[in-house]
Design a binder for this molecule. Structure first.
Ligand SMILES: [Zn+2]
Ligand SMILES: [Zn+2]
Length: 512
């Protein structure tokens, strides 16, 4: 229980209570068919509350107030959201059971983080990326491998799960190092943690390989078999280095072989009935058109599974004509695009020597993608490792920074709250139970003290309240010193210098 809670939680024995005056993004509400309340009623209640900004702006934006928020009362019974109805200001209606006042704080369903690398998390100090570049990340990531043991891997992964859980995340998809040495550690650790965290965090795993890996028929089939045995998702990095789309990238672009290799990936996915999750176009190169090649391969192979494509930064470097071609193909192929804005801001266009300020920042054309009705998710990607030196798996931070970076707040945040909740839940195949405030669904939600986005995004909101299956959970994140015994024991005596190394332009072989 959070001692400093600004809303007194209900008695732990209370099976029924109502959270009044919660300000919810209207796009995250779902009403039961047989309940009197419908989305229209909620919207009408907004327009009838005279004198509020909602009225003035409702004509330009029919989705809630000008930011798409509505005030509702949420009744919880036995861990389920029993009812959601418009808050009736002034009228004190008798509610069944305990009534708690959210004081107009923003309330969202628990978050779904669809792209992470929890197996690498918290290794940034022992194997530091000295240049902060992609090439530096690759080198230091490879160096870190010598420290990996089952014990330290489990400790770091679980630390990350505890952190995400405390911040209000209920589903995480993590990519897993899947080479022979690390793969032997990551997949069993993932299985143990998925079982241990069942009911708290829905955990999904994706194999992480570069496209050229699929040249080896035997290894490829073994990987697909491993992924299937662990109920995982098949992954590949495509056109996803600094030199993606050019001849200087033999690992993830693979020249003319790209089409045949993608066919192999799709054929394996079809044969083993696996969903797919790609790292793609993580660069600012116009030549980098991995998204197009993946879309074409999906259509060519008549693939019916779920396809997720992470990064897609090179969309920003395309001509208008090619952008249209790429997005139309992605739409036809039913691809969900995942943007990882924090990591891309840190890594992309980084000067190896640390002397220059970045000019071209890595962000896919999020608005243009959604305009074409292609689902978009926002996610964490790496935290405190060689690919990103910071981060805490806090999806509010991801959402906030994405809003700033991609200007998602004007004309209105509208549907964007779905990008950290509903859309990833659907892409992960758990949309029935995650990503919505849904009557009849589990009472899994986060209440923030900030009442509007301007308040929500201006403070850290670390005094948020997290409710899981109707129960208030502890929202204290684990202390970093918990990891000291693990990290100290395995620490290098000194980090190896990377700046100025003559192979700094070497193609990256490991992937963010
Ligand atoms: Zn990444
Ligand atoms: Zn990644």
């Amino acid at each position: 229980m959070n001692a400093a809670a600004w809303i007194k939680p209900p008695e732990s024995t209370a099976s029924s209570y109502t959270v009044k005056n919660a300000r919810v993004p209207v796009v995250l509400l779902s009403f039961a068919e047989d309940n009197g309340t419908k989305t229209d009623d909620v919207l009408n209640s907004v327009s009838s509350s005279k004198g509020t900004p909602e009225v003035a702006f409702r004509t330009t934006n029919p989705s809630g107030d000008r930011d798409g928020l509505v005030l509702v009362d949420i009744t919880v019974k036995d861990g389920i959201i029993a009812r959601i109805k418009p808050s009736s200001e002034g009228e004190e209606e008798e509610e069944e059971g305990t009534v708690l006042d959210a004081k107009k704080g923003v309330c969202m369903p628990t978050f779904c983080d669809i792209h992470t690398h929890v197996d690498k998390s918290h290794t940034c100090e022992r194997s530091r990326n000295e240049s902060g570049s992609l090439a530096g990340a690759d080198k230091s990531c490879q160096i870190d491998e010598i420290h990996w043991t089952e014990e330290e891997l489990m400790a770091r992964m679980e630390f990350s799960l505890k952190t995400a859980y405390a911040h209000g995340t209920s589903a995480i998809r993590t990519h897993l190092m899947s080479g022979p040495t690390q793969g032997a550690l990551t997949w069993p650790a993932f299985m143990k943690l998925r079982e241990k965290w069942k009911g708290r965090i829905e955990l999904q795993g994706v194999s992480l390989s570069i496209l050229s890996f699929f040249k080896d028929e035997h290894s490829s089939r073994n990987l697909a078999r491993t992924v299937k045995a662990h109920k995982g998702i098949l992954g590949a990095a495509v056109s996803c280095s600094d030199y993606g789309g050019t001849d200087l990238d033999p690992h993830t672009t693979c020249g003319d072989e790209i089409h045949a290799l993608l066919d192999k990936v799709f054929q394996l996915a079809i044969e083993f009935e696996l969903d797919l999750d790609f790292h793609v176009d993580e660069n600012g190169n116009e030549e980098s058109k991995g998204l197009l090649h993946i879309s074409d391969a999906a259509i060519r192979n008549n693939y019916k599974g779920q396809i997720v494509c992470g990064h897609c930064c090179s969309l920003a470097a395309q001509t208008a004509e090619n952008l249209e071609i790429m997005l139309q193909a992605a739409k036809r192929a039913n691809i969900t695009i995942v943007s990882l804005p924090m990591v891309n801001q840190w890594l992309q266009n980084r000067c190896e020597l640390g002397e220059k300020t970045p000019r071209r920042r890595g962000i896919p054309l999020l608005k243009e993608i959604t305009t074409r009705n292609i689902p978009v998710c926002l996610a964490s990607d790496n935290i405190r490792d060689q690919f990103y030196g910071y981060g805490d798996l806090d999806m509010l931070e991801v959402f906030r920074l994405s809003v700033f970076i991609a200007h998602l707040d004007r004309p209105s945040l509208g549907d964007w709250p779905k990008a950290v909740t509903t859309t990833p839940a659907q892409a992960m195949g758990i949309g029935e139970t995650h990503g919505l405030l849904k009557e009849g669904g589990p009472a899994n939600f986060v209440i923030f003290r900030g009442r509007q986005y301007s308040e929500l995004f201006s403070r850290s909101q670390h005094d948020r309240l997290v409710v899981r299956n109707g129960k208030w959970i502890a929202t204290t994140v684990p202390n970093y010193d918990e990891l000291d015994p693990i990290l100290d024991h395995h620490a290098l005596s000194k980090t190896q210098p990377l700046i100025g190394s003559n192979d700094s332009k070497e193609n990256r072989k490991t992937i963010v």
